[in-house]
Design a protein around this ligand. Structure first.
Ligand code: FES
Length: 440
């Protein structure tokens, strides 16, 4: 199952690291956040190495819908209530600056970058839209309230952010990664202080950035209790009406829409990893009803880390790990947040102070209602007596008959039918009996 981006973009490859190496900053993880971090460290003249266990962008980056926006659902009313006007304003500014950085970089990169309005709609609540518009007025942002859309169903209302953007992320990475010190097929097996042990040697670093989608170190930071993962599905339709903007439903199980060339990308069917949900069938049923005659040309799925308070974790890995940094928990907005993360981490690594540090601080309070839900889910799945067990922390894995994978409801690790690791935080393959493999 290849995404549209994998099928259309040219992709760069890099050698494996043989033997030992040393650097000031080691970045672990070659998704968009890690690569942008490497790009910015190079610009800042800071010595770095990036290592990727597989191929760069082989995780979430290749499966995104590739929208660049500072509008992350109806988030600003919630942010003001949770964190106050100042922090909500900083969150908005960090993302607007990220968008602007993309605009500048993409002037010289052929990656189908297009400015589009982003629209978050609600099918059920005009009150939520009114509250978000009021919050954005407080933040002095020029959002617009809409009453009807070009989509084939009625809405209660919508909020429009002007001049956001969409692009082809792998074409972008193909250019941005040129000349960077990247090693593929170089998994880190262990960290001893700031020395990384690989299969073929050691990397002696002064500081380390963990940009592995879900952080793989359980000893610090409590990420296994602070996050869970969510799956979303996409179909690309030919012959469906084009839309002029990028659209997303404010409801967690709602749909998203954008175009790419002559295709309409419809996203949705979401569910927590390891649980059941609408999947591609929900999208296909929607397309059959609203776009009869449209032809499905591609389909794929993605997986996102969801934090306790809808704000990513970017900064120091934990209070007790002075030279360890992290970028994770992008809550389905990974394109924009990768740029936010790279900018913030690069500033921190260069010894600069950033106003955004306190907003994204991974050590902020975890006392949120989602914490109890994550803990309850972990306890239930650890006590479930079925096989096979997840090699990450021992939860009972669930067979996903649609994607033919073993999925973990606790933190979202996924394995192919033969046990090969697909998604972390697990770091190795799943050992399956011959009978369990027969399912494949
Ligand atoms: Fe953590 Fe499975 S991903 S126990």
């Amino acid at each position: 199952m290849e995404s549209l981006w994998e099928k259309t973009a040219s992709q760069r490859s890099f050698d494996r690291l043989e033997g030992d190496a040393s650097c000031d900053v080691l970045i672990i993880g070659g998704g968009l956040a890690g690569i942008l971090c490497a790009y910015m460290l190079k610009e800042a003249g800071i010595d770095y190495i990036l290592v990727e266990a597989d191929k760069i962008c082989s995780g979430v980056t290749k499966n995104t819908t590739a929208k660049i926006t500072s509008q992350h659902g109806l988030i600003y009313d919630k942010l003001i209530r949770k964190f106050g006007v100042k922090k909500a304003g900083l969150y908005l500014r960090a993302n607007e600056e990220a968008l602007q950085r993309y605009r500048e970089l993409c002037k010289n990169i052929d990656c189908n970058f297009e400015e589009k309005d982003n629209i978050v709609y609600s099918t059920g609540s005009r009150t939520k839209i009114d509250k978000e518009i009021a919050a954005l007025k407080v933040l002095v942002y020029p959002a617009e309230k809409l009453g009807s859309l070009e989509l084939p169903f009625p809405v209660a209302g919508a909020v429009k952010f002007p001049r956001q953007a969409q692009f082809n992320p792998l074409e972008f990475v193909s250019v941005i990664s040129r000349g960077l010190r990247i090693y593929e097929q170089t998994p880190v097996r262990e960290l001893i202080g700031t020395t990384a042990v690989t299969e073929r040697g050691k990397i002696f670093a002064k500081r380390i950035v963990v940009a592995t989608h879900f952080p793989f170190l359980n000893k610090h930071g409590l990420y296994f209790i602070k996050m869970y993962q969510h799956r979303s599905y996409v179909i690309a339709l030919e012959g469906a009406p084009q839309v002029n903007g990028m659209y997303v439903d404010e409801a967690p199980k709602g749909m998203s829409f954008r175009t790419y060339e002559n295709l309409l990308l419809v996203g949705g069917g979401d569910h927590r990893t390891g649980k059941t949900g609408g999947g591609w069938q929900e999208l296909r049923d929607f397309a059959a009803k609203h776009f009869p005659g449209a032809v499905e040309k591609h389909h794929w799925a993605t997986q996102d880390c969801i934090t306790l308070d809808e704000v990513p974790y970017i900064g120091r890995y934990s209070k007790n790990t002075a030279n360890l940094y992290v970028a994770t928990g992008f809550n389905k907005w990974g394109m924009t947040t990768s740029m936010v993360a790279a900018t913030l981490l690069c500033d921190m690594l260069a010894g600069k102070t950033s106003p955004y540090e306190e907003v994204f601080d991974p050590s902020r309070s975890i006392l949120r209602p989602q914490l109890a839900l994550n803990a309850a889910s972990a306890v239930i799945n650890i006590l479930t007596p079925t096989l096979p067990r997840c090699p990450h922390m021992g939860c009972a894995l669930k067979w996903n008959p649609v994607e033919r994978t073993w999925d973990c409801p606790c933190h979202g690790s996924r394995f192919a039918g033969d046990g090969k690791l697909i998604d972390n935080p697990a770091t190795g393959d799943l050992k399956l009996s011959a009978r369990q493999k027969e399912r494949d």
